[in-house]
Ligand binder design. Structure first.
Ligand code: PLP
Length: 404
């Protein structure tokens, strides 16, 4: 008897941790040093969670041995509720907050609870690919709308409109965006909300990087701009609070909750079925959201994240045939390799060749459902010295790279 993977996985892709990473692991096992610029995991680059969060988790550990309410600890949910209320999201109660094992679990839950086979979700291209994968896994169809590199990677609203069909159920915003670093203006969000209003779409807003903002970028919570549309907003501890390993995130339902009664029943059922999220990490949520936000020191000039974003962006743009829109938020750069200068047909092969030759691991743009094999995603978490080394090696590599 041979066991195959389920048919449900036939079109599910998540290539950030795909075959090239397996090669990198093999090289490491052989004793080679690989500079990994592939995953947005702050702790592995020396970023630490605020000490107060750790202290509160440790202090409360003895009390965190049992399951909690399936939606999460009351204190954590109340802190999330207050955060969104203070940031002008109307009508949020503690019942509208769900704590999950990272935003990842909540993304899967929110799609599983909504989609029937063949329902369509409008997802940005490029995207954080879990959204596309989880839509497909849920029986839905991911329909990608274009983000426009010429317009600071803002979504192309006309493209969004042209892709709405009778099967469209929801639209996703990732803001600040992974992988492009775009931070959307209030005007753009209002335009997209109007489209959702007219076509009766749920708005998913993945805002996990909401406080990782550079220069004068301002983040607007989409759900703060309307109360007559169904919003599902996502946030968590992994990035802003540098604790991806704690696996803790939240989902907030707001807006026209009356229209979403059945959907909310579905979310409740899935939330009950997984019993509850990791409890110790929930004790850090109130501490994380309250008090001084240490992330601010990292994103201002002189701060590590700011300086690393700066050097990455400058050095990439200095490579002939490479251009990179300045990331205004999040932890990534998404440079373009001009196809006239670098005629690449297979960007996964490019990334593998770069790994084998220069021992540097980045991710190909098509892993983010980008439509052409002409982009790379580089994580801006390593220290400046490592980023400089990596980008110098990229320049050297590209100079002689010819894809057959
Ligand atoms: N959403 C986006 C846009 C992300 O970039 C990531 C992780 O990289 C996640 C969600 C998953 O986050 P979590 O660690 O909370 O599962």
């Amino acid at each position: 008897m041979i066991f195959e993977k389920s048919n449900k996985l036939a079109n599910v892709c998540y290539d950030i941790r795909g075959p090239v990473l397996e090669h990198a692991k093999r090289l490491e096992e052989e004793g080679q040093r690989i500079l990994k610029l592939n995953i947005g995991n702050p702790a592995t680059f020396g970023f630490e969670a605020p000490v107060e969060m750790l202290q509160d988790m440790i202090k409360n550990l003895p009390l965190a041995q049992g399951y909690c309410d399936s939606k999460g600890l009351f204190s954590a949910r109340k802190a999330v509720m207050q955060y969104y209320q203070q940031n002008l999201v109307e009508g949020v109660t503690v019942e509208d907050i769900y704590i999950g094992n990272g935003v990842s679990e909540l993304i899967v839950m929110s799609l599983q609870a909504l989609l029937n086979n063949g329902d369509e979700v409008l997802i940005p291209a490029p995207d954080y690919p879990l959204w596309t994968a989880a839509t497909t896994l849920s029986g839905g169809r991911a329909v990608h709308y274009l983000c426009d590199e010429q317009a600071n990677w803002f979504p192309d609203v006309n493209d969004i409109k042209s892709k709405i069909t009778k099967n469209t159920k929801a639209i996703l915003l990732i803001n600040p965006n992974n992988p492009t670093g775009a931070v959307y203006s209030k005007e753009l969000l209002l335009e997209i909300i109007e489209v959702a209003r007219q076509h009766n779409l749920v708005i998913f807003s993945d805002e996990i990087y909401d406080k990782i903002l550079y220069d004068d970028a301002k983040h607007t919570i989409a759900a703060s701009l309307a109360n007559d549309v169904v919003f599902i907003t996502f946030g968590g501890l992994s990035k802003v609070y540098r604790s991806a390993g704690f696996r803790s995130g939240w989902l907030v339902i707001s807006g026209n909750k009356n229209a979403a009664k059945g959907y909310i029943e579905g979310i409740n059922m899935l939330s009950n079925m997984r019993l509850c999220a990791n409890v110790p990490a929930q004790n850090a949520i109130q501490t994380a959201l309250g008090g001084y936000q240490t992330i601010q020191d990292l994103v201002k000039p002189g701060g590590r994240l700011y300086e690393q974003r700066e050097i990455t962006w400058q050095m990439l743009n200095a490579i002939p045939g490479v251009s990179c829109v300045k990331p205004m938020g999040a932890l990534y750069a998404f440079p373009k390799l001009d196809p006239k200068v670098y005629p690449i047909r297979n960007d996964e092969k490019l990334v593998l060749d770069f790994l084998l030759q220069e021992k540097i691991l980045v991710v190909q743009g098509t892993a983010f459902n980008w439509i052409h094999p002409d982009h790379l995603r580089i994580v801006t978490l390593p220290r400046v010295d490592d980023l400089e080394e990596a980008i110098k090696r990229l320049e050297k590599f590209l100079k002689s790279y010819k894809q057959k």
